[in-house]
Design a protein around this ligand. Structure first.
Ligand code: ADP
Length: 372
């Protein structure tokens, strides 16, 4: 084994284990100069051991921005903590690859940093497969939209034609309800694939935030009325001029409000608050509904997740809404959190800087739930 062997154990078995790992393993001295690299590191980067020794991992790195490397060295050297992240690197032949980097400082008995160890897992193939899957979902959902719209039109026309028996009206109603559910699922799948392919854009323009919230509340009024749920709006006029993406904000309000309605029993209360405070704009949707069980809380924003306490109350959900909302909020430079107590209610809070949402380039827009 080449390099500074004082950092390494003498045990032959130990060295062989590291050497045989399918993950890239590199050990550097305190200045970040490479003192050891295993076979996988040579295979993944394409550099030989001789080419790596005494160089820094910048040999195949350097593709991320300066702030990234500053954060990496600050975490490892000053904070003496591990740094785990997904990043892009470049092989010797110029090919870009994706990897999960796990780096950590090596501390001696006096807790002094004597070097660093980094492993890299090459996930280029996994990302390619994920991308292919997203492209397939995107294509399939796109193709499904046209026939679904045709079914909707003809079911509406049939429903309006006379004379129909009550039994026939019942069948048409079933067709329309089932069609609505598929349309909403297909729209959500299309949105998820556009999120995962990174193709959707965020285009902030000056908008009236309370007005958008009010319009979405009005659209959903029949759903709230059916359950006699009162909706109270508390809007701060300081947010009448906000730099936001109207379509995405409608998606956010639509999802949070439909959830509040679905998961609140009859005669409950829903409150929508928009407030400017501490250089931020806060959007909050609170309900007096069934709440979220503690064991479900860590998974609420993950794809397809539905907590056990709602599955019987509402069978129409697909568990994609909050995943879409979180992705949209974060792409626009915001954050989303929630507080909830089972049996008491939930509050979802979205925060954007008062300066507005951040712009994101892209070629596609996202579609609002239930539309094709
Ligand atoms: P869906 O509503 O279609 O199931 P979402 O992604 O919008 O999917 O929400 C995921 C899950 O989070 C829901 O199934 C439910 O368990 C929980 N949830 C979301 N909003 C609320 C709410 N206001 N009250 C209680 N539970 C909620």
């Amino acid at each position: 084994m080449n390099g500074n062997s004082t950092l390494l154990s003498d045990s032959h078995a130990y060295q062989m284990a590291i050497e045989s790992s399918s993950d890239h393993i590199v050990i550097t001295d305190v200045d970040g100069k490479i003192v050891y690299a295993n076979k996988a590191a040579q295979n993944i980067t394409g550099y030989s051991l001789d080419e790596m020794i005494s160089k820094t991992p910048r040999l195949w790195g350097g593709l991320m921005d300066d702030a990234f490397y500053k954060r990496l060295w600050d975490t490892l050297k000053n904070k003496r903590q591990p740094f785990n992240v997904e990043l892009k690197n470049k092989r010797k032949n110029g090919e870009i690859y994706n990897a999960i980097l796990r780096a950590a400082p090596i501390l001696d008995e006096k807790q002094e940093v004597v070097g660093f160890i980094a492993t890299e897992e090459d996930i280029t193939e996994r990302i390619r497969v994920d991308q292919a899957k997203s492209e397939f979902v995107s294509l399939a959902s796109h193709q499904l939209r046209t026939p679904l719209t045709v079914i909707r039109w003809y079911a509406e026309m049939l429903g309006a034609s006379n004379p129909l028996t009550d039994e026939q009206k019942g069948y048409i109603n079933q067709i329309q309800e089932a069609n609505k559910r598929v349309i909403s699922l297909v729209s959500a799948l299309l949105n998820v694939s556009r999120i995962e392919l990174g193709t959707f854009f965020v285009q902030p323009v000056p908008i009236n935030l309370p007005l958008i919230a009010e319009q979405v509340t009005k659209e959903l009024a029949p759903l709230f009325e059916q359950k006699a749920i009162t909706v109270t709006n508390m809007f701060d006029s300081a947010t009448n001029n906000f730099l936001g993406d109207e379509n995405l904000l409608r998606i956010i309000f639509h999802n949070l409000l439909t959830n509040a309605c679905k998961y609140t029993p009859a005669r409950g209360k829903v409150t929508v608050t928009i407030e400017k405070k501490d250089q931020n704009v806060h959007i909050r949707v609170s309900d007096t509904g069934v709440g979220i069980p503690d064991d479900a809380k860590p998974y609420i924003f993950t794809k397809l997740f539905r907590a056990d306490n709602v599955k019987e109350i509402d069978e129409t959900g697909n568990g994609l809404g909050l995943y879409i909302v979180k992705s949209v909020v974060e792409a626009g430079g915001g954050t989303i959190v929630f507080e909830s107590a089972e049996g008491k209610g939930s509050t979802f809070s979205v925060t954007f800087p008062a300066t507005g949402m951040s712009k994101k380039e892209g070629t596609r827009s996202l579609i609002k739930g239930g539309t094709v």
